[in-house]
Design a protein around this ligand. Structure first.
Ligand code: FAD
Length: 509
């Protein structure tokens, strides 16, 4: 079925399409023909990974569960589109890894853990290199050289004077706790931007322009934002998740994807939840207001008002503030929502004639390109059924005025800023404008400087009957698919336990 989300453009016909085919599209949009149940055991807001897992776990435990979603599809910020030739494009969250225990468990549960394919491919030797440009100087490195360069550059960059993140963070999943329990490290890392650190290493001659050309583009790729907005604390968290190794970090971030697409995993979770007979759902039902009272919580949507004893809310932090709460959420939470995270990445897949760019990587740091640098990094991602390469590019600080949907003919020249050959070979594109998406207003959540230490605990704390979940506020793989699943799992567990305590007769020993 078709979702309203996403765009595609073909240069030959000049046609721009809005809305793409996806396995994640849900039709019909509600599970109930007339009036729904009066009070559910739990309502879950949001059918991204966090909400899907929470709804499945609650429904599987026997709770009457209502899943409410604004869009016409499951998956939230992770979804897959399919073109008329059967090519799959990941529009949002893509890469997963076996070190991410929660997502790996889901894959194993549905027999999908061998259903993976690789993004990098170094077979096409004419273009098997990574290019980077900084201060007008262009570099080319083969991948083995690039790995060694990045490993060294990251180590020097990440260890601020007087700190060794490797020693400070003995166990990466609890990194934020380690930082928070050490005021010196907190002060050092969460008050320093990556831009300040680049200036420092440059001034002290610790890294060369070539090393910085690759490193800066990589950090900006991770944040979907320019360096000034990137927090050293969050960067250090990512680095230690990769056990302080570039190779492992890169494997975690950008290598393994699901061969049948993210939407196929989301489908499995949704279908299992539906098969319990305890799940009701309402898609295309944006929530506008949540009224929480001790006896029940009411959720006002465009399709009516629903009621439940508990609520699991997985709204992304950059849009949660649009929903009215009665009683209001704390002033600190409101402040956090207002500030939001900084990631305004634009993800664009382009078909490029010939297979050669399948093996290629590009990094841009200079802002003096014609677009003002909308894209910062691109990689060969797959070989399409046509035999052409698909290159996926990532933008920073999405600017709605310059959105590809407003000027699709300009996409080719954006790719040409990496290499003019890409512009010449350009065929067409598929993309999602996350920066102007009304139900996300950003991509994967990257907290800015000072955000995590100030707001994260508050964002996780309960508000009456309302429990919060989602990748944006999860503890361990914060901002990743894994974090979405882990926090959804935990929230559902809490709700199920409370339900058991109040509903089921005590077990007789
Ligand atoms: P969401 O998926 O955002 O789910 C929240 C749901 O709430 C959405 O479906 C939304 O429509 C709904 N909603 C919003 N407002 C309302 C409302 N008012 N009423 C009702 N419903 C509402 N992660 C990785 O692990 N690996 C990657 O490679 C990766 N790459 C990414 C690339 C991009 C471009 C993006 C955007 C994300 C990427 N991520 C990646 C991050 C990952 O996709 C997300 O962190 C994860 O999918 C978030 O899941 P969630 O359930 O917490 O939130």
């Amino acid at each position: 079925a078709r979702t309203k989300d996403g765009f595609s453009y073909t240069k030959a016909t000049g046609e721009l399409k809005r809305g793409l085919v996806s396995e994640g599209a849900i039709c019909p949009s509600t599970s109930f023909a007339s009036s729904p149940q009066s009070t559910y055991d739990v309502i879950v807001i949001g059918a991204g990974y966090s909400g899907l897992v929470a709804a499945r776990d609650a429904a599987s435990a026997g709770l009457s569960t209502l899943l409410i979603e604004a869009r016409d599809r499951i998956g939230g910020r992770s979804w897959t589109s399919k073109d008329e030739h059967g090519n799959l494009y990941e529009m949002g969250g893509t890469w997963i890894h076996n070190q991410q225990g929660f997502v790996w468990r889901e894959l194993a549960r549905y027999g999908m853990d061998r259903n993976l394919k690789l993004s990098p491919n170094e077979d096409y030797s004419s273009h098997a290199y990574s290019m980077a440009r900084r201060n007008g100087i262009e570099y080319k490195q083969d991948y083995a050289t690039n790995e060694a360069v990045m490993d060294r550059a990251m180590r020097i960059f990440t260890n601020l004077p007087g700190a060794s993140v490797q020693e400070a963070v003995p166990f990466p999943p609890h990194l934020l706790d380690s930082f928070l329990s050490d005021p010196k490290l907190t002060a050092l890392y969460d008050t320093t931007s990556c831009a300040e650190r680049v200036a420092q290493v440059e001034k002290e001659g610790l890294l060369t322009n070539e090393e910085l050309a690759y490193l800066v583009a990589y950090i900006e790729l991770c944040f979907g934002a320019r360096l000034e907005k990137c927090s050293m604390l969050v960067w250090a968290k990512w680095y230690t998740h990769g056990n302080c190794s570039y190779k492992l970090l890169n494997d975690l971030l950008i290598v393994y994807k699901i061969a049948t697409g993210q939407s196929s995993l989301a489908r499995k979770i949704f279908d299992e939840a539906a098969s319990t007979g305890k799940l009701s759902y309402s898609f295309e039902s944006p929530v506008s207001k949540i009224i929480d009272r001790p006896s029940a919580t009411r959720v006002v949507t465009s399709r009516g008002t629903f009621s439940a004893r508990r609520l699991i809310c997985t709204l992304p932090i950059n849009v949660a503030g649009k929903v009215e709460f009665d009683p209001p959420v704390s002033a600190l939470r409101q402040e956090a929502w207002k500030e939001g995270h900084v990631n305004r990445c634009l993800k664009v897949h382009s078909e490029i004639a010939g297979p050669e760019f399948r093996s290629w990587t590009g990094n841009l740091c200079d802002d003096d390109v014609p677009s003002g640098r909308q894209l910062s990094m691109a990689i060969g991602d797959q070989l399409l059924k046509s035999g052409n390469a698909a290159v996926v590019a990532f933008g920073i600080d999405f600017d709605e005025e310059k959105a590809p949907s407003k000027n699709p003919r300009g996409i080719a020249s954006l790719f040409g800023e990496f290499d003019p050959e890409l512009e010449k070979r350009y065929i067409g594109s598929t993309w999602h404008e996350w920066g102007s998406d009304e139900f996300a207003n950003g991509a994967w959540a990257m907290p800015g400087v000072g955000f995590s230490t100030k707001y994260l605990k508050e964002l996780q704390s309960r508000h009456g009957n309302v429990l919060w979940a989602g990748a944006d506020i999860s503890d361990d793989w914060n901002s990743f698919i894994d974090g979405a699943i882990s926090s959804g799992t935990r929230a559902a567990y809490t709700v199920v336990e409370e339900w058991r305590r109040t509903t089921l007769p005590s077990a007789k020993l």
